[in-house]
Design a protein around this ligand. Sequence first.
Ligand code: SAH
Length: 291
Amino acid sequence: MSEIRLFVSTTELIAEQVMDALSDLFGEEDYAIATQEIDEAKGIWEASIYGTAEQEPEIAARFGQLVAESFASLKVNREILPEIDWIAKSLEGLKPVRAGRFLVHGSHDRDKVRINDIGILIEAGQAFGTGHHGTTAGCLGMIGDVLKSRRVRNALDLGTGSGVLAIATRLMSKIPVVATDIDPVATRVATENARINDVGSGIHLATAPGFHHAIFREHGPFDLIIANILARPLMKLAPELVHHLSDRGTVILSGILAEQRWKVIAAYNGAGLEHRRTTWMNGWVTIELVR
Ligand code: SAH
């Protein structure tokens, strides 16, 4: 079934407000809600909600009412999306996944990489991170935005799994990247994936639980820390993670269910960070924080 996007075009500030209002309205339901910058020079942003064609009448009615009541100057637009398998489940790991400029694909889909894409070759079924999970896709989208808009000199991918986020970061930015995982199998798979994506020399890998390894001190502090783990360990790791963040660093967290987000944000507020934005994907959220 085709997927649709309903959205408003506006300023960054209002797009954030619309996203907050949408998340209050639809928060517990399974819709993806996001803001994205459309035109940097003109400062145009869009706040969107995604659903299937079958869900559209219901979403459109509720979104329309929200806009009429609270954002009367805006108009809700609609777009039919090309067939994208965000929600691909089971062994759909065989289809390529697009997130921002990134296209995560298996070796049989090399030819799907288009000229402006950043292709990432990951074979399904080894370690977590083929791009199909909402958390991985959410992180990829946010990594693209952060690398485009901020000065980032080095990065850390904590809980790297297949290495997909570290590889994406390195391919897009050429900055040094550290990637770690508690699971030695993941570290081995990530090392191999870095090599086949030609970024083996730009990514330093280590097996480490949390921050228990010399690699963090040797290569940190980091301008960008990405951690797609789970809400509970992320909350526990907050003080140490912020300790390894540089003065004007950015943090991208995922692996968090929508209803857990406030607890995670509170833990990082307590460690000195400020919430920038949240994106939704199939009930999972990705959170951006800055110092
Ligand atoms: N970054 C990948 C994989 C996320 S899955 C992606 O976004 O798709 C989460 C990974 O975190 C798993 O590989 C798991 O082994 C690892 N992990 C879980 N707890 C950890 C901890 N305390 N320290 C380091 N890695 C951890």
